[in-house]
Design a protein around this ligand. Structure first.
Ligand SMILES: *Cc1c(COP(=O)(O)O)cnc(C)c1O
Length: 448
């Protein structure tokens, strides 16, 4: 039955050799080409007879791969990049070879067991109870949406006279909250942050109470951000959680980027209050050294999530046997065991290695902030709270920032697209890669 012919074997060797080489060497930065340029080079790759494995691989390695920016390049500090450990990437090859189904305990017990232990590590760091649990979903966007849907279902039980549901969050919350609101057809109450960019519990309490004076409208979830995407700022988690609890409102912590730093002792106390979350998310593909795509979504009371998200059908009922089925905790059914590369790396290296790598990113961020402050042309926006360093270049207009960024990529030095804050253009370094060294920061700052 197996068709592992000599031809397949030869291809396997080539695939493994390419993968190994990519893992061993410094990642190339690379960069995009236009569709016309790509078509000129590879033409139509989908043909009746097929290109053959060797040729298709060649098209990928020699053209297509080079038109993708490596997210793990040490001077790719754009958006939130990625820095999967070698172990995590290697284990992704194992996952790929194993046809694992991660939706149910019945089909994927061993894999789900391992994923759950990795989730347990995060839940324990956050101080959630032993009864907490969740699932790895595709990304923070999916994690936030899945959690907010559970939050609304809870609120519907208690506040049946509500005609319009509302999510409360800061005006710095990630765009995925607005996206979730749109999908759910609910409103967003955007609350102003304080002078330090933090959403404060007192303000949240005041704004929610004001909104609740309007008949029919009710906040069903408060979203605190634990590490904003643009500046890495952590909201007043303790105060916001208390404000939510006092009003019987679900408290969700969006830590897609920042909650990774729960494992770094030097900053752990900044997350105080996260233990009161009804749900939280953190993306191992951002700052926990896992490949795309994996978001850990954890509920304080997973039973509530299961009530909402379990899909029912005659062909699925056999799965509802009291075991832990990851499908039941988010908006999905079939799922890859996307938490396994993260689990493997964590299991193999141990959690101390994670704390050390995290502290190292924090050190590099501190170094960068220091160098920016000393730089004659640059102005630091604020001391980094985690590992995002944001600053402005004196005398530059938005177009200057873009031009500088474009040249940086063209010269294959780094990838640092401009962002903006309060309407003014800024540059930001998002440092999540243990291979980003002080010298990488120096190299970039020399060009400013
Ligand atoms: C990145 C991010 C998200 C979205 O996560 P994806 O994995 O890109 O869907 C949500 N919230 C915050 C704070 C983020 O930084």
């Amino acid at each position: 039955m197996h068709e592992f012919t000599p031809e397949v074997e030869a291809l396997a060797n080539e695939v493994l050799a390419y993968s190994l080489e990519r893992l061993k060497s410094d990642p190339p930065l690379d960069g995009p080409l236009s569709e016309a340029e790509l078509f000129a080079q590879v033409g139509n790759t989908i043909t009746a007879k097929g290109l053959g494995g060797k040729e298709a691989l060649d098209v990928f390695t020699s053209v297509l791969a080079k038109a993708c920016i490596s997210t793990d390049h040490p001077r790719n500090l754009a958006f939130i990049p990625s820095a999967p450990s070698e172990y995590a990437n290697l284990f992704d090859l194992v996952v790929g070879a194993s046809a694992l189904y991660g939706g149910s305990w019945q089909e994927g017990a061993g894999a789900v067991f391992a994923e759950n232990q990795a989730l347990r590590w995060i839940a324990d760091l956050a101080g959630l109870p032993q009864s907490s649990g969740g699932v790895f979903v595709q990304g923070g966007t999916m994690g936030n949406l899945s959690a907010l849907v559970v939050a609304r279902a809870q609120a519907r039980k208690n506040f049946s006279d509500t005609t319009r549901w509302v999510i409360a969050c800061s005006d710095q919350a990630h765009s995925s909250i607005a996206s979730a609101a749109q999908v759910m057809d609910v409103d967003v109450l955007k609350i102003a942050v304080d002078n330090n960019g933090k959403l404060q519990g007192e303000t949240v309490a005041k704004e929610i109470d004001a909104l609740h004076r309007q008949s029919g409208r009710r906040v069903f979830a408060v979203v605190a951000t634990a590490g904003t995407t643009n500046l890495g700022i952590i909201d007043d988690l303790a105060g916001i959680g208390a404000a939510a609890k006092a009003r019987e409102i679900w408290f969700h912590v969006d830590g897609a980027y920042g909650l990774a730093a729960l494992c770094a002792l030097s900053v752990r106390s900044k997350f105080n209050g996260v233990e009161n979350a009804d749900s939280l998310i953190v993306d191992p593909h951002k700052w926990l050294f896992a490949p795309f795509d994996a978001c850990a979504l954890i509920y304080r009371s997973p039973d509530l999530a299961r009530e909402v998200h379990t899909q029912h059908a005659s062909y699925l009922d056999t799965l509802h046997d009291g075991n832990w089925n990851p499908s039941d905790y988010a908006i999905h059914l079939t799922r890859r065991t996307r938490g396994l590369p993260f689990w493997f790396s964590l299991a193999a290296h141990g959690t101390d290695a994670y704390s050390e790598a995290m502290e190292q990113s924090l050190e590099v961020a501190k170094y960068a902030a220091q160098k920016v402050s000393e730089h004659p042309n640059l102005k630091l926006l604020s001391e980094p709270e985690l590992s995002i360093v944001a600053f402005t270049r004196t005398g530059w207009a938005a177009s200057d920032y873009q031009k500088w960024s474009d040249e940086l990529l063209t010269d294959q030095v780094g990838f640092i697209p401009p962002s903006s804050h309060d309407g003014q253009p800024i540059l930001r370094f998002a440092i999540v890669n243990p291979w980003t060294k002080f010298s990488d920061i120096d190299l970039i700052l020399q060009r400013l």
